[in-house]
Ligand binder design. Structure first.
Ligand SMILES: [Zn+2]
Length: 54
């Protein structure tokens, strides 16, 4: 299946056997975030908590 990342509009291909694909089929597509944006968000979330990254 294809999943579109709403943050950078990138379309990723996910294997239908991937647990993530099953999750996305049961939820709105906009819950998908590509790995790049996911990293960015989690880094931001960390810095918000005061855990600075060099
Ligand atoms: Zn993205």
């Amino acid at each position: 299946m294809q999943a579109k990342c709403p943050l950078c509009n990138r379309i990723d291909r996910i294997s239908d056997d991937d647990p993530l694909a099953k999750k996305l089929r049961n939820r709105p597509i906009h819950t998908y975030t590509c790995t790049e944006c996911y990293d960015r968000i989690s880094r931001k979330a960390k810095s918000r908590r005061g855990e600075k990254q060099s």
